[in-house]
Design a protein around this ligand. Structure first.
Ligand code: COA
Ligand code: AMP
Length: 642
């Protein structure tokens, strides 16, 4: 650890105030925004019962998120300031959009949406690559009170169809293609296939044609973005209830059916604005860069809403940390656009470190404007943390959060007071979060002991009020294990100094290159193959991506073909059904899978074996001999090395 902080730190004071007086704390934070009608209650718990843990923030208040993120800044003199910089090494182009230009584009697209019948509360699915038009589409929805749902471009048509059927969008907004370093990804065939497969049929698709991969439009259904926007009448912002949904973002749950995380307007805008200053230490006018994708929660919160609500310039980077063209790409962007704070996933730094271990590329660039690096999305290994800190010479802040919360639960709030860094820890609970580690019976654990990481209700503004159209799943997934607490799904401990350590998931979620995926979802795909009798997918440790999925399958009796033929079929199936982002590339055929006497597959034990870790033979195992068979199969395939 570095220097000690004063005993009564301002972090401590802020944290305690947020616990003692949440209404005073968040009511004060909300003053930073423009409200069309002031709230009646900061924290509305009037309808909360033990069976219905539905808290609402800023009830009675009205505002418009788009007005606060765009128009307000134009009115306050930021019209000429860059709002979005699109830096796209994959198309060799750079574009700057000022706040005034952004307002015009958003107001026009809002006009197009209204023209095709989209109104308050209607859903719009956005399926786009990392182009500024993705933000324009999100903000245009917010402008008219429609609810957007952005779907990541690396997902398959089937995943898109699932989301269409759940969100039931009136309109889709899509790009004609995305650009990966090794190929053009045609989005339009995926969009068409998804609409074909879905039971719900959106009325219209607004298509952004990209010159790298234009597409055919279906007359009557599809509209060309450029020409319709050019002809559209710009629309003003419509006030919405603070508690109205701003967006739905689907994330992996423990089944193949993703969870539609809902975000409200008021609490979200307050939390985003507060976090930009207090967590990230930003000031309006500065440049913030979240190197992620708009399809993930990081993209929603810190490529689009956070920086824009706070009057910063945000960067849309359409490229990779390495290979576009080299491991100096991040340093170039930082120098060229004067980035103050960079936010990315540890995997990006592992990729850079792998290609350029001595950080030679860094010598070519001036990164002196950068004040801090924030990492999240997966556990940050201390080596990567040290490499980044030593080479960049700035604090490297690991922070922990989830799609559900929308912003950091634990962080080093450098805008309040930088605390000493402990490698391996995302530091302490952020003000607003009553973070606790509980045992299986719901009792507190001693400092340093591992348990379930829970958040005592109410959660602060910005966190999910529920799941889309599914209050029951919301309660059952997050609130039923321990009434009065939110179950994060992560396990870990809090040490004697109050520092959190996040160690693992307690469910079947794995984290591949900072992307959250359900192994249960992949198992469902493998099981659908006619030759597969049963299967298990586990996340095995990977030096670059943190974890990679590995499929273990048992073939049906009498299947004459082996893994050489069936393996590639299964890999293709997961790619088609879930998407390339699953990075599912390895299948092993085994004779049997280890199970408990009650028939539960011992995935955790197989994962320990694959990772070469010590493991205990579970007392409930049906046939311990199977573990030796699995160890042999894994070791032949290059795993299970101690
Ligand atoms: N549209 C279509 N396909 C996409 C896609 C998109 N938007 N994004 C990724 N894919 C594809 C990739 O092309 C790749 O396909 P392949 O199997 O044909 O090679 C696959 O999905 C896996 O992609 P990715 O996880 O990005 O792996 P990679 O090997 O291409 O790159 C890293 C590895 C580490 C460089 C990359 O994961 C990265 O930059 N990570 C940064 C972290 C990040 O953005 N995290 C998000 C949460 S903060
Ligand atoms: P997502 O909802 O995609 O943001 O994924 C959230 C999950 O990623 C968390 O529940 C954790 O399992 C993991 N995660 C995110 N940030 C961190 C972190 N800083 N340290 C450890 N795990 C993390």
């Amino acid at each position: 650890m570095t220097d000690q902080s004063p005993t009564q730190s301002s972090y401590q004071a802020e944290y305690e105030r947020s616990m003692r007086d949440p209404e005073g704390f968040w009511g004060e934070a909300a003053e930073a925004l423009h409200w069309d009608r002031r709230w009646e209650r900061v924290l509305d718990d009037s309808r909360v019962t033990p069976d219905a843990p539905f808290y609402h923030w800023f009830s009675g208040g009205q505002l418009n998120t788009c007005f606060n993120a765009v128009d307000r800044h134009v009115e306050q003199g930021r019209g000429d300031q860059p709002a979005i910089i699109h830096d796209s090494p994959v198309t060799n182009s750079k574009t700057v959009i000022t706040y005034a230009e952004l307002k015009d584009q958003v107001a026009r697209l809002a006009g197009v949406l209204r023209g095709v019948g989209v109104g308050k509360g209607d859903r719009v699915i956005v399926y786009m690559p990392m182009v500024p038009e993705a933000a324009v589409a999100m903000l245009a929805c917010a402008r008219i009170g429609a609810i957007h749902s952005v779907v990541f471009g690396g997902f398959s048509a089937r995943e898109l169809a699932t989301r269409i059927d759940d969100a039931k969008p009136k309109v889709m907004v899509a790009g004609s293609c995305g650009i990966e370093p090794n190929r053009i990804v045609a989005y339009k065939p995926l969009l068409d296939a998804a609409i074909e497969a879905a039971a719900h049929k959106p009325e219209h698709c607004i298509i952004l044609q990209r010159e790298q991969g234009p597409c055919d439009l279906i007359p009557g259904r599809d509209l060309d973005w450029a020409s319709t926007v050019a002809d559209a009448t710009p629309l003003d912002c419509v006030p919405v209830e603070a508690t109205d949904p701003l967006y739905i973002l689907y994330t992996s749950g423990t089944t193949g059916q993703p969870k539609g995380v809902v975000r409200d307007n008021g609490g979200h805008a307050v939390a985003m604005t507060w976090s930009m200053k207090n967590i990230y230490g930003m000031a309006p006018g500065e440049v913030f860069w979240a190197a992620s994708d708009v399809g993930w929660v990081v993209g929603h919160s810190y490529i689009v809403y956070g920086p824009l609500l706070y009057g910063c310039t945000t960067i849309f980077y359409e490229g990779k940390p390495v290979g576009t063209p080299d491991a100096g790409a991040f340093w170039r962007v930082i120098e060229e656009h004067g980035v103050s704070v960079l936010f990315t996933a540890p995997t990006a730094f592992r990729a850079i470190k792998r290609d350029d271990p001595n950080a030679e590329h860094l010598k070519r660039y001036d990164t002196s404007k950068m004040r801090a690096l924030f990492l999240a999305g997966e556990r940050c290994d201390p080596d990567t943390l040290a490499w980044a800190g030593d080479n960049l010479g700035v604090p490297v802040v690991d922070h922990w959060w989830q799609t559900e919360t929308g912003w950091a639960i634990a962080a080093n709030c450098i805008g309040i007071e930088p605390l000493p860094i402990k490698p391996g820890s995302p530091t302490k609970a952020v003000p607003g979060y009553d973070l606790q580690v509980l045992d299986d019976q719901g009792g507190p654990v001693a400092a340093g002991d591992i348990g379930r990481i829970m958040i005592k209700l109410p959660m602060p503004p910005g966190c999910l009020p529920t799941l889309w159209n599914n209050d029951d799943r919301f309660i059952q997934s997050y609130m039923s294990v321990q009434p009065g607490y939110y179950l994060s799904g992560d396990a870990g401990f809090i040490d004697e100094d109050g520092y959190l350590f996040v160690m693992s998931r307690i469910d079947d979620i794995i984290n591949v290159a900072g992307h959250r995926l359900s192994t249960g979802g992949m198992e469902a795909v493998l099981s659908s193959h006619p030759d597969v009798a049963e299967c298990a997918v586990i996340g095995v440790a990977d030096q670059l991506k943190g974890e990679l999925p590995l499929g273990l399958v048992v073939l049906k009796a009498g299947v004459g073909r082996g893994v050489e033929e069936i393996g590639p079929e299964l890999v293709k199936l997961v790619r088609e059904q879930i998407g390339p982002v699953a990075a599912f590339k390895t299948v092993l055929v085994v004779e049997r899978l280890p199970k408990t006497r009650s028939g539960k597959i011992l995935r955790g034990t197989m994962k320990s074996i694959a990772d070469g870790k010590e493991y205990r033979v579970p007392a409930t195992i049906d046939d311990p001999a199977i573990l030796a068979e699995i160890e042999t199969a894994l070791s032949k395939a290059g795993y299970a090395h101690h």
